[in-house]
Write a new protein. Structure first.
Length: 274
């Protein structure tokens, strides 16, 4: 019981203390998401764009260079980290291995919900279907030669996280209480292309198209979306770009079976998680 009370106290201090709450001004990074479908314009797990795909989304000028990553998440079967609004993602950057990293993300419904956080990489607001989601992230680089994302050595991942004191002060108590229970989700392959909108108002805005599929093709599902990022100082222009992109995607009419968080969907499709 004493350990449980200590854990609850630490989590409440880190994530719920209004005395040390982040201010709205800390959230300087904005990211917008527009879910879409691709119908028959792209084959499953496509590694190259097709002419029919480019024609369907002809309001975007795409680059042909493919960026490919592998992504998996860690938690306990009963989602101990999720219960405290924490997400741990391990991402291998296949095309640029030096960009591989473990990301620890803390979430809250509003800036005041984060408590005392410092030395983070970014404080971000994600917008999907007009709904805001707040997060604060820490990135810990790793070498794919040391950590195999397809078959995680869980202890090795957490040993890497221990090197960041700020992160470990928050993760440590949860890890110690559940250290024998952690498992990983299915591994997702992300194929991504960059582009720009064919509209002079947004010519300096980079649009990403992501195609997510399970690495082992089971279950056989596909998630696709457009996204873009910007600074809060440009919010008015970003909102205008979001409405433009959303409307254009709606006009294409290739409906998406998936709406919302790819992270939630990945956990849902993985056996072993509640």
């Amino acid at each position: 019981m004493r350990n449980n009370l200590l854990l609850i106290g630490l989590v409440n201090l880190c994530l719920s203390s209004s005395a040390y709450a982040l201010s709205p001004g800390e959230f300087t990074s904005l990211e917008y998401h527009v879910n879409t479908g691709v119908g028959g314009t792209l084959p499953y797990a496509a590694k190259a764009q097709t002419s029919s795909f480019k024609q369907a989304f002809n309001f975007i000028e795409f680059d042909d260079e493919l960026s490919q990553k592998l992504v998996t998440y860690i938690d306990t079967p009963d989602r101990a980290f999720k219960a405290e609004h924490i997400q741990i993602r391990v991402r291998e950057h296949i095309t640029k291995p030096r960009k591989s990293k473990i990301t620890v993300k803390f979430r809250a419904k509003a800036p005041e919900g984060f408590g005392e956080l410092s030395s983070y990489r970014k404080a971000e607001i994600d917008y999907t279907k007009g709904k805001a989601a707040y997060s604060v992230s820490y990135d810990i680089p790793y070498s794919p030669g040391d950590i195999d994302v397809k078959k995680l050595d869980i202890e090795l991942v957490f040993n890497s996280l221990k090197k960041n004191k700020v992160v470990w002060d928050m993760l440590g108590p949860i890890y110690e209480s559940n250290k024998k229970q952690f498992i990983q989700t299915v591994v997702m392959r992300t194929n991504e292309w960059e582009g720009t909108l064919k509209d002079d108002r947004f010519s300096n805005l980079e649009i990403d198209f992501q195609l997510w599929t399970p690495y082992y093709r089971k279950p056989r599902v596909t998630f696709t979306e457009f996204s873009f990022k910007g600074h809060v100082s440009d919010k008015a222009k970003l909102e205008e770009a979001y409405q433009f992109l959303y409307q254009k995607v709606q006009e294409v009419g290739l409906s998406s079976g998936h709406q919302g968080s790819k992270t939630k969907a990945t956990f849902k499709m993985t056996e072993g998680f509640k």
